[in-house]
Design a protein around this ligand. Sequence first.
Ligand SMILES: Cc1cc2nc3c(=O)[nH]c(=O)nc-3n(C[C@H](O)[C@H](O)[C@H](O)COP(=O)(O)OP(=O)(O)OC[C@H]3O[C@@H](n4cnc5c(N)ncnc54)[C@H](O)[C@@H]3O)c2cc1C
Length: 625
Amino acid sequence: MLIVPTVPIAIASVLDIAPRASLMLVPSLSQHLLIQGLIRGEPLPVAWALLATASCLSPRARARLARRRGFIDARRSSADNPGTPAAQEDLAMTAARHYDVIVVGGSHDGLTCGAYLARAGRKTLVLERRPVIGGAAVTEEFAPGFRTSTFSYLMSLLHPKVIRELGLRELGLTVLPATDLFCPIGKDDYIVFSGDVRRTAAEFARFSRRDGAVYPEFDAWLNEAAAIVRGLLLETPVDPARRDLGGLSDLLAFAWKHRKIGDRFYRLVDLMTMSADDFLSQWFEHSVTRRRARLLLLHRHSSRGRRRRAPAYVVLHHIMGEHEGAGGWGFIRGGMGAISEAIAESGRRHGMEVRTDAEVKRIEVGNGRVTKVVTTGGDEYTARAVVSNASCKVTFGDLVDPAHLPAEFLGHIRNYRTFSTAFKLNLAVEAPPRFPAFDPAKCGFAAPSYVHIGPDIEYLQAAYEDACHGRWSRRPFLTAVVPTMVDDTLAPPGKHVVNVFGGHAPYALAGRNWDEARPDFVRTVYETLDDAAPGFSDGIIASQVLLPPDIERIINSPHGHIFHGELALDQLYFQRPAPRYSDYRSPVRGLYQCGSSTHPGGGVSGIPGHNAAREILKDWKGLSR
Ligand SMILES: Cc1cc2nc3c(=O)[nH]c(=O)nc-3n(C[C@H](O)[C@H](O)[C@H](O)COP(=O)(O)OP(=O)(O)OC[C@H]3O[C@@H](n4cnc5c(N)ncnc54)[C@H](O)[C@@H]3O)c2cc1C
C-alpha cells in the first residue's frame, strides 16, 4: 500500500504534468482499476483502487466520486480527515457494503442468478428476508423429527444446463424416482399414468380401445411441441415491437434459429389459443381417459376451470422436464431445499455471500439508475446492479418508488394477475394412504408414491366457480405424494411424510375468515383423502396447513400464487411480466428481475435466474457509465 501515494507522482512524471494535476487522473484511474478488479473478481486491485482514491483526492473530489460510485454512506467526519485510521476503517466498511450485484430474495432463482454472476467474477450479495434460503424450494422441519419440502415437492423442470454448469450433482443433488402416477377411481378402479407410453396406452385402452390406440400419437405430438417450447426456455424473449437495429437483429436471429419449425408452428398456435379442455377433447373420447388426462395435465393450474380457458400451453408445463421419475417428475433427496442449498453452495464457492433475515424495504433510484438497497433492519448496500427475485408486484409495487416508473409499465404490473386457490398440507403420518383399488401386481410397483385424487372435470369446474365466489371446494382436487417411500432423511424410521397439494381454496372467503374456517376446510380435505384411502386420517400425527394467505405471507408471493402470476397467454413470453420488459431488465437502469414473474414462469427450473444473469453480464460494461 506504500506505493499508493507515489502513483500520482509517477503519472505526473511520465505525462510531464504537475503532481496536483495528476491527482485529477486518479479518480478515473482508480475507477478503471476498480472496474477491472470487479470484472475479474480480484479483491486486491479493488481494495487498491479504493485506497488510492481515498488517499489522493481532496475531500470534495472524494465526495463527488463517492456519489458517483454510490458510496453514499461514507461518514463525513472521516471524509474530512483522510488518512486517519478512522477514515481507513470507514472506507473498508463502505467497501464491505458495496457489491457488484445485489440479489433481492434468496430463492432458487435468485441464488441461481447470483451463482452465475459470482462465477463470472462479480462480487455478489443475496439478501433473503426469511431465516432460511430457498423461497418455495425449501426443506423445513414442520413437526418434531419430520422434515419436508414445505412448498414445491416434485422436481422436473430444473434445467439440465443449470445442473451441469453449477455442478449441482457434485454438490449432492440427487433425484429420486416417484412411482408412476396412480389415480384411484372410486374404491374399485384406478388408472395409471406412466412415463412408458405403452403402459399408459394400455391403461387408456381398458376404458376405450380408440383412446388407447391414439395415446402414442398424442404423446409424440405433445413431445414435439414440448421440444419447441424447450428451445425457447433459455432464450430471452424477443420483443416484436422493437424497431431499432438491436431489436430487428434479435427478431431475425430468432426467425433463423427457429426456421425449421415448419408445420409444428400450428401446434404451438393450438396450444396457445385453445383451452386445455377443448384441446384434450380433440384427442380422447372416453369420459375416464378424457377426465384423467385433463386432471393430469391441469392439476398444476387447478385454480382455473375449463371455461376460464386455461391455455393448452399449460399442458406442456407438465412434460417439459427432462429428468427421471414419473413422466420426468421425481423427488429430491433431502427435499426441494436441497436444490436451493446446492445452488447456494455453488455460488459461495465463487465468493457469493448470502444473508438471511435481511428483508429489503427499498430499492433506491437516482438519476434513473439503481443506487442502493435498504433493508428493514436499516442496513444499506450499494451496487452497480440490483436483481430482484421477488414477484414483479413486490419489486415494482412495494420496493421501488412509483415516481421512478413509467405509468404504462406500472399499469401492466398492477394488472398482472395473481388469482390463486392452491393450497398445501404437509402431514406427518404413521402410514401412507392405502387405496383399496391399488393392486401391486397389476400396477407394477409396490405402493404408490405419487397419487391424484380427484373427482371429474365437471367437479373441477364447479370447484373453480366455488372459489371465484369465495367458497372452497367440497371435494377438492388433490395430489398426494409420499417422498419418504424413497427418502429416509425426512421422517423417523417407520413413519412417513405425505404432501398434499390441491385446489380450490380461495385467497379470501366470502362471509368467513380463514382463521375461523380453517378447521372446517381441513376436515374437508381429510374426508376427501379418506374417501379414496379409508382410515388414512386416523394415522395423522401432525399437520402443517398452507392456504393462499399463508403462502403469500411466507414467500411474499401476492395472493400466494405458486408461480408469482398466472401462466396465461397474455402473461407469457414477451408479455411476462410486462411488454418491453420481458428481457429481465426494468425501466430503471441497473435494476433487473430474475424470479418466476419473468419468462418462462414458475416451477423450480432455475431458468429465469440463469437468463437474467446472462443479460446482466451483457450490460455490464455499460452499467459502469
Ligand atoms: C405450494 C407450492 C407447490 C409447488 N409445487 C411445485 C412442484 O412440485 N414443482 C415445481 O417445479 N414447482 C412447484 N411450485 C412452484 C415453484 O416452487 C415456484 O415457481 C418457484 O420456487 C419460484 O421460485 P423463485 O425463485 O422465482 O421465487 P420464490 O420461490 O417465490 O422466492 C422468492 C423469494 O424472494 C424472497 N423475497 C421476497 N421479497 C423479499 C424482500 N423484500 N427482501 C428479501 N427477500 C424477499 C422470498 O422470501 C423468497 O425467498 C410450487 C409452489 C408452491 C407455492
